[in-house]
Write a protein that binds this ligand. Structure first.
Ligand code: SAM
Length: 353
């Protein structure tokens, strides 16, 4: 029987049945390096109501035609099969997940999928104030919220139009309904918000939040900016320590990408996600499902496996399960940034972080 080939272009081969060896494997799935892969980040849409400078190019961002995006029934079918393979945690992302039609119904269905233990979401929170109650009732457990600046003008500039006041209302709604402890994400870009890391970190002194500083990654469309403007975690830590004194190391837990520290006596924590300067591929437990139905095997590599083609060609659940297992098995060890290998196919807004 022919095997499915992993491709590194948008051109997908016609769907073919997977090899028999991928059927009926015992759960949960492990990749060829023995890592247990149980966390699926699901991009609900490649569209976004922001245009963050580190995420999308100002012009020429790629958006898939609507008919190429997974429908609700297709998405739920893939998640149900992924759960059979051993995926337990689902994070909804995008683009901006809160602009997906039927979001609340999708969350409810995913939360009730046998095998799924937790549904969380990464959002810019612009629409969260209106949606938080319904999402909580539907079974959403936690949210990570992107906030790169506490200055309304700079926030608008970095997001190309975002309204900080509405985002803050979304953050307050997230707290009110109990999506905590909140994790806040800031991508630090030299010359834009690197002068604000202390203000952002200060949020954790009297709030139980985790403020996470993310090194900018060279995804498609922002590679030049990332090369020129990435700020290493070590530099951020040095800047914070010059103001707050030595940070207390809290831990680096399991597959969490963030190394956590605390400002002395702070209620919350600081997280450092050092994908560029100190990769953490050895503990990676993640794969991504793009809004157009591809399993993307490593954030910073182009390898993908087409599930949408299989779904629409009439594949059975067993066939889809075999494809998911194959994708897990073939997950690359890690990214190739130290060797100059950069992703060329997709921007972060298509992958969801
Ligand atoms: N729209 C949602 C949001 O803003 O959180 C979810 C999608 S966004 C692509 C997910 C995460 O990716 C955000 O925390 C964002 O800051 C991060 N991100 C986007 N581009 C990035 C880049 N080039 N390097 C590192 N992180 C990036």
């Amino acid at each position: 029987m022919a095997t499915i080939s992993l491709v590194e272009t948008r051109e997908q081969p016609a769907w073919m049945p997977a090899p028999a060896s991928f059927y009926g494997q015992p759960e949960p799935a492990h990749d060829s390096f023995g890592r247990r892969i149980n966390y699926l980040r699901v991009s609900l849409t490649d569209r976004c109501n922001f245009r963050c400078v580190y995420c999308m190019p100002e012009h020429g961002a790629h958006f898939a035609p609507r008919e190429e995006l997974l429908r609700d029934d297709e998405l739920l079918r893939v998640i149900a099969v992924a759960a059979r393979v051993g995926f337990e945690k689902i994070r909804l992302t995008g683009g901006e997940p809160t602009i997906r039609r039927n979001l609340v119904e999708l969350v409810e269905a995913i939360a009730h999928t046998p095998g799924i233990r937790e549904v969380s979401m990464t959002t810019n929170a612009l629409r969260l104030a209106q949606q938080a109650d319904a999402l909580k009732a539907a079974g959403l457990k936690r949210v990570n919220i992107s906030i790169d600046s506490l200055n309304a003008d700079k926030f608008r500039m970095m997001t190309r139009g975002g309204d900080l006041q509405r985002v803050w209302a979304g953050i307050e709604a997230a707290e009110r309904v109990g999506f905590g402890p909140l994790k806040m994400n800031a991508v630090v870009v030299r010359g834009l918000n690197d002068d604000e890391v202390c203000d952002l970190a200060r949020l954790t002194i009297d709030r139980p939040w985790q403020m996470r500083f993310i090194e900018m990654m060279p995804l498609m469309g922002v590679g030049d900016l990332a090369d020129a403007s990435v700020v290493a975690s070590s530099e951020i830590i040095a800047r914070l320590e010059s103001v707050f004194g030595p940070l207390e190391f809290v831990g680096w837990f399991g597959s969490d990408p963030a190394r956590t520290y605390r400002i002395k006596d702070g209620q919350g924590t600081l997280g450092f996600i050092s994908s560029v300067s100190e990769p953490f591929c050895a503990t990676c437990n993640r794969m991504r499902l793009t809004a157009d139905g591809k399993l993307h095997l490593c954030l910073l590599r182009d390898n993908e496996l087409d599930l949408r083609g299989a779904l629409r060609a009439g594949a059975s659940d067993e066939d889809i399960e075999a494809l998911v297992r194959e994708a897990v098995f073939l997950k690359p060890w890690g990214h190739g940034l130290p060797d100059g290998v950069k992703p060329t196919l997709r921007g972060m807004s298509e992958l969801g972080g």
